[in-house]
Design a binder for this molecule. Structure first.
Ligand SMILES: *[C@@H]1O[C@H](CO)[C@@H](O)[C@H](O)[C@H]1NC(C)=O
Ligand SMILES: *[C@@H]1O[C@H](CO)[C@@H](O)[C@H](O)[C@H]1NC(C)=O
Length: 518
């Protein structure tokens, strides 16, 4: 049995070895070029002008991870092959390898610790129970990243089991990763469950990352860490090889410091994967030529944007946050957007209450069913079922803090027995709520997007399999970031990207986290 301390030690050892291999000099500035805050376009320009190599980029990130991860706990594992992969990318670029023109070629990316990689990295959802398990193949999105030439830099930390072990587990905490911290205010929550994916991009520990969302898990940490997060339509990106919670709602999406960077990753990861049938149904939404074409500065002109005040903009009138949103509405109007105010989503309070809507009922049963399938397909694994994971937590209470945090959601899931009458009724109710609520509103008012603060709208998007984009929108009195969300119906990514990009260009709210001393 590996102990927690030896785990952390191991991560440090890999970092130390990589640092020595990289003969580390300080390399924030490479030939006058600053890596910190650089966009993917900046990085590619620097590659082309011989101011930067992928090796230098990976070395910079390893140095920063060394310095800041002991504070932020954003990363669970660094890929021991990262420098080798960087050298390979540099050789390909030198040889004018056609693939080296791809936006992600030679770019380091982190993936959330539940996205399977068939390499030296573990895939554990933050839990010791899955340590040492071997996945049958790369997740669908990881193969697409590798095909695009990206370097898998490591595994981002997350709320252990995405809060499906216990609701007592603080957001961003996992047994393997420790407590993930918000780089803007260490005492504030980073939100979760894709906490490490958002923290690491915010703090310049990586260029871009992947997170996942079942209900709020990507949009919320993106909001709290002042980064752009895209939660794609369910099925637009493959879920194959990713630890599942609810295939009805699960989706994999990019996080970046700019809309453009997140869209570059989205372009690379969308599309068919024969191991996830939902990608067949959703592939009709992918526009020929991809999503980059929707990065238009005048993308707001004539767009119809809905505002649902109740319950999304009711609290804290006069607060910094509500003032910021009123200013943003004004900016949107000035950019030619048509704002349709005081709208209502039918049954919104039922939708936001995951017990009342049936969402919790459905997910508990789906989680047990699909997790068991995932665990059975692993090539090697210390656990083969949810029951095994529960037993593991009982066997290693010191490792998993089982007494302190419990595992009541696991136990509730374990008590389910497939999709029975109760679950079917719950799923039908969710479909009805979505049809009579958000879908009806968007169709009747002919909306291009719904605007809402931070992740508040996530259950609405979750139960319909709908997309949403978080863009930084401001900072509260304590300096904690908050985001603005643009959500739409299935396949509405092109419009959402237009709106999100032009909003970002008009406001440019994102700023770097305060300097952190190790
Ligand atoms: C994955 O976990 C094993 C323990 O089972 C450990 O030996 C290995 O170093 C881990 N991989 C990385 C990259 O940390
Ligand atoms: C959510 O709904 C349940 C009933 O389904 C109710 O018991 C509970 O009080 C509701 N929670 C809130 C916060 O309204």
């Amino acid at each position: 049995m590996v102990t927690k301390t030896s785990q952390r030690f191991h991560l440090r050892l890999i970092l130390l070895v990589l640092t020595i291999l990289s003969k580390s000099q300080t390399i924030n500035l490479v030939g006058g070029f600053s890596i910190r805050e650089a966009t993917l376009d900046d990085l590619h320009l620097a590659f082309r002008q011989n101011q930067l190599t992928s090796r230098k980029l990976v070395e910079f990130y390893i140095r920063e991870i060394n310095r800041l991860n002991p504070i932020l706990n954003a990363i669970i594992e660094v890929n021991p092959d990262a420098l080798y992969l960087a050298d390979k990318a540099d050789k390909e670029r030198k040889a004018n390898f056609p693939g080296s023109l791809s936006k992600l070629h030679g770019i380091p990316i982190l993936v959330k610790d539940l996205i399977g990689t068939k390499d030296k990295l573990n895939t554990t959802a933050g839990s010791f129970a899955l340590l040492g398990s071997v996945v049958p193949r790369d997740a669908g999105v990881v193969s697409k990243l590798r095909n695009a030439g990206a370097i898998i830099l490591g595994k981002a930390s997350m709320t252990e089991w995405a809060s499906l072990r216990s609701l007592n587990i603080p957001l961003g905490w996992s047994a393997r990763g420790g407590q993930g911290k918000n780089p803007y205010l260490l005492s504030a929550t980073p939100c979760g469950s894709s906490s490490g994916s958002a923290i690491s991009v915010a703090a310049n520990l990586v260029s871009v990352s992947l997170g996942t969302e079942t209900d709020g898990s990507l949009l919320c940490p993106a909001s709290y860490n002042s980064v752009v997060g895209i939660k794609p339509t369910v099925g637009l990106t493959s879920r194959a090889g990713v630890i599942p919670f609810s295939p009805r709602q699960d989706t994999i999406g990019p996080i970046g410091r700019t809309v453009s960077d997140a869209v570059s990753v989205l372009d690379a990861i969308v599309g068919l994967d024969y191991n996830d049938q939902a990608t067949t149904r959703a592939s009709k939404y992918i526009p020929p030529g991809g999503y980059k074409q929707f990065l238009k500065v005048d993308g707001l002109k004539g767009k119809r944007l809905g505002i649902v005040r109740d319950p999304f903009f009711t609290s804290g009138t006069g607060s910094l946050q509500s003032q910021a949103f009123e200013n943003h509405f004004q900016t949107l109007r000035e950019k030619g957007e048509i704002l349709i105010d005081n709208l209502e989503i039918a049954n919104i309070y039922e939708i936001l209450n995951i017990t009342a809507s049936g969402e919790a009922t459905a997910i508990l049963a789906e989680f047990k069913l699909y997790l068991n399938q995932y665990l059975k397909k692993l090539v090697v694994s210390p656990v083969r079922s949810l029951a095994d994971v529960i037993a593991f937590n009982q066997r290693y209470p010191d490792l998993e803090l089982t007494e302190e945090y419990g595992q009541e959601v696991f136990l509730a899931a374990q008590a389910t027995n497939g999709i029975g009458d109760m679950e079917k009724a719950a799923i039908l109710n969710l479909e009805r709520l979505s049809r009579e609520g958000f879908e009806k509103l968007v169709t009747e008012k002919n909306l291009d997007a719904l605007v809402s603060p931070g992740p508040d709208v996530s259950p609405v998007l979750a139960i319909g399999g709908f997309p949403g984009i978080n863009v930084p929108a401001g900072y509260d009195d304590d300096g904690v970031p908050f985001g603005i969300n643009f959500g739409g119906l299935k396949g509405s990514e092109p419009k959402l990207i237009e709106v999100a990009y032009s909003f970002e260009q008009a406001t440019k709210v994102r700023k770097q986290p305060p300097t952190l001393q190790p």
